[in-house]
Design a protein around this ligand. Structure first.
Ligand SMILES: CC(C)(COP(=O)(O)OP(=O)(O)OC[C@H]1O[C@@H](n2cnc3c(N)ncnc32)[C@H](O)[C@@H]1OP(=O)(O)O)[C@@H](O)C(=O)NCCC(=O)NCCS
Length: 169
């Protein structure tokens, strides 16, 4: 397992790190199980990736970063690069008890940095416009709304498609 260079201290003085999930790590199954539990708790079925986690993470062009706080997973972000030019943020979530301490922002910044290390021009994502904390986070890090996609999640749940473009140089 290799740690991304993010050692953080929240206002509550807790120390936590952002770690990259390694495909060949011995604790892969335990970590994925813990993250799937979080996913099920945080997202309703129509937004949940829980059933596809293993499949999603075994793809060669996807990655997962998580927050490790004394061995506890308190948040995660999944990203992928389906083409050589574009990447997407598939999912980001932080445990309810640990929100508003900078975990989400640090995770998203770390995922953006991972994408930036490839020759990618744009990162896209979909978000339910009703998820105002997520909308606030994405806008804070420079994402812009591209379009509204009606009935994206279910017949009565729409999504904004958002994007962040990288400079050419
Ligand atoms: C979105 C989410 C990941 C944010 O995680 P977090 O650790 O609480 O966020 P941070 O503490 O890093 O906050 C970073 C920024 O996000 C925005 N934000 C976070 N919570 C917010 C809230 N409740 N209301 C408005 N903006 C909020 C703010 O811009 C904040 O910056 P600020 O502290 O300077 O105001 C978290 O709320 C979550 O897990 N939500 C449920 C899952 C979800 O909606 N995921 C996105 C769809 S896949």
């Amino acid at each position: 397992m290799s740690a991304a260079p993010f050692l953080c201290k929240s206002p509550s003085m807790e120390r936590w790190t952002v770690v990259e999930l390694q495909r060949n790590s011995t604790n892969w199954a335990t970590l994925v199980e813990e993250i799937v539990k979080l996913e099920k708790k945080i997202f309703p079925k129509h937004e949940s990736l829980a059933r596809y986690f293993d499949e999603e993470l075994k793809k060669r062009n996807s990655g997962l970063l998580y927050v490790d706080l004394d061995g506890e997973v308190t948040g995660y972000v999944i990203y992928s690069w389906p083409s050589s030019l574009s990447a997407s943020i598939t999912k980001i979530a932080v445990k309810e008890s640990h929100r508003r301490q900078g975990h989400g922002e640090t995770l998203l910044k770390a995922a953006i940095e991972k994408c930036r290390s490839r020759p990618i021009q744009r990162i896209s994502l979909h978000v339910d416009p009703l998820r105002s904390p997520a909308m606030g986070l994405y806008k804070k890090l420079g994402f812009q709304v591209d379009s509204l996609i009606k009935s994206y999640y279910s017949s009565d749940r729409d999504a904004y498609r958002m994007y962040l473009d990288f400079d050419e140089n």
